[in-house]
Ligand binder design. Structure first.
Ligand SMILES: [Zn+2]
Ligand SMILES: [Zn+2]
Length: 356
């Protein structure tokens, strides 16, 4: 018997068997619902750019077969006897992580996302019982309750799914770095899956928002439909110079290699750039303008579970979802190809519940 079939909870998903392989149906199994676990029927799962990196084994850590997916919403169909907040029938979401040690400095400060023993929803180290973790391109998932968030009734589920990764990725640094209030001026670099939802969050928090993009044709979309206050073309030096020293902080969502110098010049003294995109080669960091402006550059990676729940509740209060293209499960390979070319506005979400 193959190791995938040894556990009691049978499931079906779509997996890549080899790096760069196309995804196809795959039977596997996971643990039974434990005391502190909930079992959910997956309804929707967003397609994150990270899924492509994992399928291609770009970071050299992927275990195959890999079932991707970490922007998951579903309906609870079973709860363990020791669960605290969840009932059968609840709408819950889960994001990039499904386990953490619970005792380290990060875990004790509600930052499970920085726990050195964190377990990713799929594609990382095995779960604590040694089993492989499989993501949300699958019909059934069993997960520890503390790694789920409740999704308020008012939020449409499909558009809420990408908030579990794309949404919290931008929400957390806006909050942590104080870029979340009236009177601050935030720059958002890149208007893709992360950037478009960053505009919505930053505007709802009351900040003034400038979108910075290499694509001049995105101006209308940024200003008119998403409600940004201004728009800069990152390669137009006259526009950049005219805006020198105007921004309190910048969230940089671009995952292609790009120049930081124009962005640094846009910051006020003591301004910050928070990088959440992951270029596959190092970026050059010019130190003189950093030193002379007392400027900082930071990273940030998703958010802890408490903050992820806060983000979801804030999204419900302000009616924020991601803009999506809903696709059936058997469209996933085409969707991944299109995503790799940037051909989506702004996030593919798989209709897992109806089409798997
Ligand atoms: Zn992601
Ligand atoms: Zn920990």
């Amino acid at each position: 018997m193959s190791p995938e079939l040894e556990h009691p909870q049978k499931a079906i998903g779509w997996a890549a068997r080899v790096p760069c392989g196309v995804l196809s149906p795959f039977k596997f199994s996971g643990r039974a619902t434990g005391d502190k676990d909930v079992k959910l029927k997956v309804l929707y799962c967003g397609i994150c750019h990270t899924d492509i990196h994992n399928i291609r084994n770009d970071w050299g850590v992927t275990t195959f077969p890999v079932v991707p997916g970490h922007e998951i919403v579903g309906e609870v169909i079973e709860v363990g006897s020791g669960t605290e907040k969840t009932k059968v029938g609840d709408r819950v979401g889960m994001g990039c992580l499904i386990g953490s040690c619970g005792t380290c400095h990060s875990c004790l400060h509600h930052e499970e996302n920085y726990c050195p023993d964190m377990v990713l929803t799929y594609g990382g180290r095995p779960y604590y019982d040694g089993s492989t973790t499989y993501g949300g391109y699958s019909d059934i998932m069993v997960v520890e309750e503390r790694f789920t968030v409740l999704i308020p009734d008012s939020l449409p589920l499909a558009g809420a799914a990408p908030l579990l990764c794309a949404g919290i990725t931008v929400y957390s640094p806006l909050r942590f770095h104080g870029l979340d209030k009236p009177g601050v001026h935030v720059g958002l670099v890149g208007l893709g899956g992360l950037g478009h939802v960053a505009v919505k969050f930053a505007k709802a928090m009351g900040a003034r928002v400038t979108v910075i993009s290499s694509s001049p044709e995105k101006r209308e979309e940024a200003l008119t439909r998403l409600g940004a206050d201004s728009f800069l073309v990152s390669t137009d030096m006259s526009q950049i110079q005219a805006a020198t020293g105007t921004l309190d902080g910048i969230i940089d969502t671009v995952s292609a290699v790009h120049s930081l110098l124009p962005l640094i010049s846009l910051l006020k003294t003591r301004g910050k750039i928070i990088v959440v995109g992951a270029p596959d080669k190092p970026l050059q960091l010019p130190m003189l303008p950093m030193i002379f402006g007392a400027k900082g550059i930071y990273g940030s990676c998703v958010g802890g579970m408490k903050e992820t729940q806060e983000m979801m509740d804030f999204a419900a209060k302000h009616n924020i979802t991601t803009d999506i293209e809903l696709v059936p499960m058997d469209y996933v390979n085409t969707a991944l190809d299109r995503l790799a070319k940037g051909d989506v506005k702004y996030r593919f979400v798989i209709d897992v519940g109806n089409t798997l």
